[in-house]
Design a protein around this ligand. Structure first.
Ligand code: PLP
Length: 437
């Protein structure tokens, strides 16, 4: 059970500046930020001045730990280097003049055709080229959508904990994340409805609802069909949009695929996001948004870069029809085994009182430690013993999750996982003993 630690009427911690927001419960960062002392301080925008001096997830100094559970990186050994080299040679053979040139802002048509075929076959998404924009990873799609929808102080409802990149993105845009708790069935839709109501009644309706329905980052939870349907109803009733981030859709290791929100939404209020990062290679930097054409047009105008990853797109358009399905099947076998190894190791090495999720897919297991333990305080100890993990609090827009951690099973090898979990188990047990428990 994931702790449901915020409820209606409880204090939320908006992370942007709710300048136009009557439900102003906290001072915003820009209000409280001390002006930068850098020699460029007079030149920085107010937004940049309000930023901290270092990224929130700055890489720790020193040699990286031997065993890493921290990032959602794909398995290094299974990256399809040779296949991509061959695909590159083929792409250069027939399309070097186009692949090495600027390209259209919406993306390379041959890749869009491949993507639409894949989305239809697997995600059951019926879309036309005018519904799609190729972006530099799903991250850029998220950024563009925020740019298109958010003014300073605007409200966004999002599962908390969530992908830390999302919280950072809203913060950068000056938006306000209102946390919606997530339990083992996904987003708490009753709380979502209550918050939608609360903000609408206050005259600041939510601009969109952000969800990761499959194998959520960071909890690993998959949203039930009933809740997906309820979110569609709520978006219509409250005249808002849904951002469905499905970065892990293909990486299901057990259970049946559930329909995407996009494919069930008769009101076309869903923006569907995906990426080749986890199923081909994150270095390709290819992601996409599928949305109503009018929104895609807005995104394309905001997208100063022009076409993203033109070279990579020609390579992917060669690789995808030949290899994608087989590669996904291989990845499922590799990651299923890693998940099972990690779950078995947790069973063996975690002290009483610790609990964790059992994801049907994706990259992450979410561990909840006994109350009173603070995962942030275990990070350094763990690093010194060669193991990295992500403290759960990094996945909250405001305070929360101090006794949680996210463990990624995608990157460490089969051999490293039991060793790393044993070390973590010892550190947590020692901490409990020190507290006299
Ligand atoms: C839920 C989620 N969305 C989006 C992304 C970004 O992916 P990309 O590499 O396509 O930018 C990630 C990456 O970890 C993620 O976990």
């Amino acid at each position: 059970m994931i702790p449901v630690d915020r409820g209606v009427g409880m204090s939320v911690t908006p992370i942007g500046c709710p300048a136009q927001n009557p439900i102003k419960e906290h001072a915003c960062m820009s209000d409280v930020a001390t002006p930068s002392r850098s020699r460029f301080s007079t030149l920085y925008s107010r937004k940049a001045q309000a930023l901290p001096d270092a990224p929130r997830m700055a890489a720790a100094k020193g040699t990286p730990p031997r065993i890493s559970f921290i990032y959602g990186f794909p398995d290094a050994a299974s990256l399809p280097g040779q296949q991509v080299a061959e695909a590159t040679a083929r792409a250069m053979g027939h399309s070097a003049d186009k692949a090495l040139q600027y390209g259209g802002v919406l993306g390379v048509p041959v890749l869009i055709d491949e993507l639409l075929a894949k989305l239809k076959a697997d995600q059951k998404i019926e879309a036309e080229p005018e519904n799609v924009i190729i972006t530099s990873g799903a991250s850029q799609a998220v950024e563009l959508i925020m740019e298109a929808l958010l003014d300073r102080g605007d409200i966004v409802l999002a599962e908390q904990p969530t992908w830390s990149g999302f919280n950072v993105g809203v913060n950068n845009m000056g938006g306000v994340v209102v946390p919606i708790a997530i339990d083992e069935q996904g987003t708490d839709v009753d709380l979502l409805e209550a918050e939608l109501t609360r903000y609408r009644d206050a005259g600041t309706p939510a601009k969109f609802i952000y969800v990761i329905p499959n194998f959520q980052n960071p909890t690993g939870v998959t949203m039930t069909l009933a809740r997906r349907k309820r979110i569609i109803e709520l978006a219509e009733a409250f005249d808002t949009l849904i951002m469905e981030d499905d970065a892990y859709f293909d990486l299901r290791y057990e259970g049946d695929f559930l329909p995407t929100i996009y494919s069930m939404d008769p009101n076309q209020r869903t923006i569907y996001l995906g990426t080749f990062s986890k199923i081909m290679g994150a270095g390709m930097r290819l992601g996409w948004a599928v949305a109503p054409p009018e929104l895609i047009t807005k995104l394309s105008i905001l997208k100063m870069e022009g076409g993203s990853g033109i070279f990579a797109s020609y390579v992917a358009a060669e690789w995808v029809p030949k290899h994608l399905t087989g590669h996904i099947a291989e990845l499922r076998t590799i990651y299923r085994q890693r998940r099972d190894i990690m779950l078995a190791a947790l069973e063996r090495h975690m002290p009483d009182g610790a609990t964790w999720t059992r994801p049907d897919g994706g990259f992450f297991i979410w561990v909840t430690l006994p109350e009173g333990l603070n995962a942030n305080e275990l990070v350094t100890m763990s690093r010194e013993r060669g193991v990295d993990f992500l403290p759960g609090s990094a996945c909250y827009a405001g305070p929360g999750g101090e006794n949680t951690l996210r463990l990624s099973f995608s990157f460490a090898t089969d051999e490293q996982i039991p060793e790393g979990i044993e070390i973590l188990g010892q550190i947590i047990s020692d901490e409990l003993r020190e507290q006299g428990r």
